[in-house]
Every structure is written in structure tokens, then in C-alpha cells.
Write a protein that binds this ligand. Structure first.
Ligand SMILES: [Zn+2]
Ligand SMILES: [Zn+2]
Length: 368
């Protein structure tokens, strides 16, 4: 028996060696193997289910500005009526969207909550990705007062890029039309910079049964800052952007099925700040401490969810990063007393499905 096993191992070794040798020496075999892999990759379909009508949120970025290898910065994709809406587009989030094969032609618009870099950093990249995949009209970008300046800046920064790509790929025809390569800003000016936030609202998009309402959030001194509410066929989701607890925001989120709220565990952030100070990183220590002033804690987000009467609360923009699973316990400290059920910590690739028949909200996870 032992002898037979020895022969088997030897045979396997010889076969592997011959295959490796053939692959190394034969360009034709290399190309055939590569072609098989490439076809498989290219044929991959979007991982988003499209067979049923539902209101969905895909978390395409769940980290705060602190770097985490497995998480992109702020990004949420709302799917309603077969159309896609992107709320914030932080750095690295476009990689997630590309890996999950989000069909570019279905992206209807981008909604920016505010202009911190962790919420807008990949806007130029997203615009290029969607255009290069065949978008035939400019990309609409909604946001607070100032979105026109942000969009103009990205349009200018990418002007060489779109010219280069148009010159190579248009073939003198209408492939990658330059007129479609830019973004168009849609500022909602019902909140003026410096206004004291009170949860005022304005409908900023209303088409095909999808209503998007901008809600004044409180991220001062960042002002104005918005949350967004998406209503579709009697169901709704609210995405907070960055904010502290605000009664007006709770009112505007009233009755939503799902609240996707940013959250920062201030008690842990302060420990990080102390540790940074202890090793002489005084600037970082000071910055880390400041952030507690304009972010909501997990406990306050739970209070917000309760006041709004939402079915499910999903945390995003997680700070500090939960690099180990066991850190969820200290991160959620105090939440259970406020809200024992309907609390989920979001992660990149989490797909939240709100069925239109009123049945329970479902959670699943996209690959990769
Ligand atoms: Zn912010
Ligand atoms: Zn942020």
C-alpha cells in the first residue's frame, strides 16, 4: 500500500513537471490557457440580482478615511426599478463596482452628501469608467451648494484623459463621444453654507417612480451636508452621509425600511488618539480627537434609528476600522441597551434587499 502511494506521488510529480515544461516552452499553449481564463472572466455577469423588483442597497465602500485593505471609502449603490443611483464615491470604490460588473449603462446619477475627499475621491475615475463602457450622455451629479465647483474641477482635471481616449478609440466615428464624457452638476441650494441644520428637505430627483430627497445633515463645520432618502413603490432607505445625531434628520427618516448610518466609536477613536500622542504623533492624535465632534456614535445612530422607527439599521463609514472580528464587541458597546434588534455592521459587498411585499429585509454578500 505504502509502495503504491509512493508510485502515485511520483506519477503525479512527473505529470505536473511535464505540464509545466510544455506550458513554459509552448507559446501556443500559453495563449490557449490565457484565452480560456480571459473568456471566463469577460463572460462574468453582474452579481446584482435583477430578476425581481425590489429596493436594494449595495455597500460599495464602508470605511472611514483611515486605511483598511479590504474596504473602500464611502460608497452606496441604490437599485430601484432597474436603475442604479450612487451615493458618494470614495477612493477605491470604483474597483469594487468594476469587480462586481455593475452595468455602467444603468447608472442614472451620482448623489454626493458633502465634499470630504473620502466621499468624492473616485468621482473622476467613476465618470471615466462609465463613459468608457459606453455611456451615451453626460453623468448627472447631485449635491449641496458647491457641487458645481467640485464637478468643474474633476471635468478640468480629466480633460487630457478624455481627449487621449477619444483620439485612440473613436476611430473617427461616434465611439466614446466627447460630449458624453463630462459630468453635469445639479446643486440643491435649499441649504446655505453656515445654516444651522434642522433636517430640512427637498426632492432633488423624481423620475419613473423613484423619488430622491436631500435631507439637511449636521456635519459642521462642513456645511451644507446632506443625507439622502430614496422612496420607491412605498418603501424607502435613508443614507446619512456624515452627521451627528439630529432630531430633524430622524424626522426626515421617519418610517424608512432601512437606515444606512455612518458611525464612529468615539471611545475607541480616543484610545487611538492617546496612543498616537504617546508615541509622539501629535498631529495625528489631534486630528483623531477632532473627528468625534462631527461624527455620530454607534449608540446615537441606534437612537436615530429608533426615533425614525426604521426596521433595520446598517452601519457604514466604520471608524475606527474593525480589522479583527472581535473588535465588534467594544465597537458596539452600549448599542444593545438602546436597540437590541435590527442592527447590522456593514461591509463592502453587503447587499441589502428590501422586498416590495413588506417581508423581512434580506442581507447577502457579493463575492470578491
Ligand atoms: Zn465628512
Ligand atoms: Zn467621511
Amino acid at each position: 500500500m505504502k509502495k503504491l502511494l509512493g508510485w502515485l506521488v511520483l506519477c503525479l510529480g512527473v505529470v505536473t513537471f511535464v505540464a509545466w515544461l510544455a506550458f513554459t516552452l509552448s507559446p501556443a499553449l500559453q495563449d490557449a490557457v490565457f484565452a480560456a481564463g480571459a473568456r471566463r472572466q469577460l463572460a462574468r455577469q453582474s452579481q446584482l440580482p435583477t430578476s425581481d423588483d425590489a429596493l436594494r442597497v449595495l455597500l460599495c465602500g464602508t470605511s472611514s478615511p483611515l486605511p483598511v485593505r479590504q474596504s473602500a471609502k464611502a460608497c452606496a449603490l441604490v437599485v430601484a426599478g432597474g436603475r442604479f443611483f450612487i451615493v458618494d464615491i470614495g477612493p477605491e470604490s470604483t474597483k469594487n463596482l468594476a469587480i462586481w460588473r455593475i452595468p455602467a449603462t444603468r447608472v442614472e446619477a451620482v448623489f454626493l452628501t458633502h465634499f470630504h475627499s473620502d466621499h468624492i475621491g473616485a468621482l473622476g475615475d467613476l465618470n471615466m469608467q462609465l463613459w468608457a463602457q459606453g455611456r451615451s450622455r453626460p453623468l448627472d451629479v447631485y449635491g449641496p451648494t458647491g457641487v458645481d465647483r467640485v464637478v468643474a474641477g474633476f471635468n478640468l482635471a480629466y480633460s487630457f484623459d478624455r481627449d487621449y481616449r477619444h483620439a485612440l478609440h473613436s476611430h473617427g466615428g461616434d465611439m466614446l463621444p466627447l460630449a458624453a464624457a463630462v459630468m453635469i452638476p445639479h446643486p440643491a441650494d435649499f441649504v446655505k453654507p453656515g445654516d444651522v441644520p434642522s433636517g430640512r428637505t427637498q426632492v432633488v430627483y423624481d423620475q419613473g417612480g423613484v423619488v430622491v430627497t436631500a435631507i439637511e445633515a449636521d456635519h459642521r463645520p462642513v456645511s451644507p451636508a446632506f443625507a439622502y432618502r430614496f422612496d420607491y413603490k412605498g418603501h424607502s432607505v435613508v443614507i446619512t452621509g456624515d452627521t451627528v445625531f439630529n432630531a430633524g434628520l430622524a424626522r426626515a427618516a421617519k418610517g424608512a425600511d432601512v437606515l444606512v448610518s455612518e458611525a464612529q466609536a468615539h471611545h475607541l477613536q480616543n484610545v487611538m488618539a492617546s496612543e498616537a500622542a504617546a508615541i509622539g504623533q501629535t498631529t495625528l492624535a489631534s486630528v483623531l480627537k477632532d473627528t468625534s465632534r462631527y461624527h455620530i456614535s454607534p449608540v446615537d445612530a441606534a437612537r436615530l434609528a429608533n426615533q425614525a422607527g426604521v426596521r433595520d439599521l446598517v452601519y457604514t463609514h466604520i471608524a475606527p476600522p474593525l480589522v479583527f472580528g472581535f473588535l465588534k464587541t467594544p465597537w458596539l458597546r452600549g448599542v444593545n441597551e438602546v436597540r437590541p434588534h435590527g442592527v447590522t455592521i456593514g461591509r463592502d459587498g453587503m447587499l441589502i434587499t428590501i422586498p416590495l411585499d413588506g417581508s423581512a429585509v434580506r442581507f447577502s454578500q457579493l463575492d470578491g
